[in-house]
Design a binder for this molecule. Structure first.
Ligand code: DAH
Length: 342
């Protein structure tokens, strides 16, 4: 009995379809080997069909032979591909979907206050200043007395300062680092002291009990107020650009004489008046002045021989101006939606 080649061809079509379903079905591990056995093994579905070659008319044999071989090659290729995939993904081929998007790792950024501090430090270092530091827990002597701050000064009040005991306070400013540095070194001194300060302020949009200052001190022979103005101007231009104007106003601090405060022209409206500068066109930046001879006497410097200037500025205020942040509390709430902007 001879078989009809057309019938066998349609059987081959069906086999091809089954094979395709199996190979894309992704059912279970070691699939490539299972499929190879099912179709191409010794008793495999395709292998068995080769036996039919002897049962078709001689004229049809080459045609069927070719069809069988083409299919065998195709199956082999597909099985090889799947086997390769399986060897790349040993355990989890069942669960791993290569088309899923990757897991993105969030990268952090530096806190805006840290960034501003680094910028300020960089500017002063490039102007020849060194960086000094002192303890945040200070004695009454360094925080007040050696800075010529009298016993009845309001900053000594329990209302304003965090006292640990009669003699220890959380420093209310970075100025004590001036004293510590002058005790340690001889002039010439050019230093800044960035750091944390603490005051018993009620929290609002511009006050926080913890804040940062950068103290500056320069002592040498022949230092004048003009040197202070030159350094402040260089600093302002580096931080906010060449168009910033600087203005000094008379003020009072127990540790400087004469004392001043300096303002920068408003970084937002350039002096025209806006909500940031409250219409004045100017922004208060820092206290400053010529070191009071009384302070020099505390550190055994001869005020006849040396003069110096000092300044102390609030870092939060500068960061608020630089990044146009309206509320100081934003810096301390650690809200990622805020922090991610820097
Ligand atoms: N220590 C002052 C304060 O916290 C700021 C200050 C003013 C520092 C004048 C100075 C200075 O060095 O000369 O308000």
């Amino acid at each position: 009995m001879t078989l009809d080649i057309k019938e066998i061809s349609s059987q081959l079509e069906k086999l091809k379809q089954d094979f395709q379903d199996d190979i894309s079905g992704n059912k279970g591990s070691n699939l490539a080997e299972k499929i190879r056995i099912k179709y191409l093994g010794r008793k495999g579905q395709l292998t068995s069909l080769f036996a039919l070659l002897g049962k078709v008319p001689a004229a049809d044999r080459p045609v069927l032979g070719k069809q069988l071989n083409v299919l065998k090659q195709l199956f082999q290729q597909e099985i090889d591909k799947l086997a390769e995939l399986e060897s790349e993904q040993p355990q989890c081929i069942d669960f791993f979907d290569r088309s899923l998007p990757g897991v993105t790792k969030e990268t952090g950024t530096f806190h805006p206050l840290y960034q501003v501090l680094e910028e300020i430090k960089g500017i002063f270092v490039s102007l020849g200043f060194t960086i000094e530091s002192g303890p945040e827990l200070e004695t009454d002597y360094y925080n007040f007395e050696a800075l010529n701050i009298p016993k009845d000064h309001p900053s000594r009040d329990l209302q304003d300062t965090f006292y640990i005991d009669d003699d220890l306070v959380l420093r209310t400013h970075t100025s004590p680092v001036q004293i510590r540095t002058m005790e340690k070194l001889k002039p010439p001194i050019r230093m800044i002291a960035p750091g944390k300060c603490y005051r018993k302020d009620a929290i609002d949009a511009t006050h926080f009990p913890l804040f940062h200052q950068v103290e500056g001190l320069c002592v040498d022979r022949g230092i004048t107020f003009a040197d202070l103005k030159g350094v402040v101007e260089a600093f302002a231009h580096r931080l906010f650009g060449k168009n910033i104007k600087i203005r000094f106003r008379p003020s009072f601090f127990p540790f400087t004489e004469p004392s001043a405060e300096y303002d920068f022209s408003c970084v937002k409206c350039a002096g025209k008046g806006c909500n940031i500068c409250k219409g004045s066109g100017w922004l208060e930046i820092s206290g400053a002045g010529m070191v009071d001879p009384a302070v020099f006497r505390y550190v055994n410097y001869d005020p006849e021989e040396f003069t110096g200037y000092a300044f102390g500025m609030g870092v939060e205020r500068i960061a608020m101006l630089k990044y146009q942040v309206a509320d100081i509390r934003d810096f301390y709430e650690n809200d990622l939606r805020f922090l991610k902007q820097f």
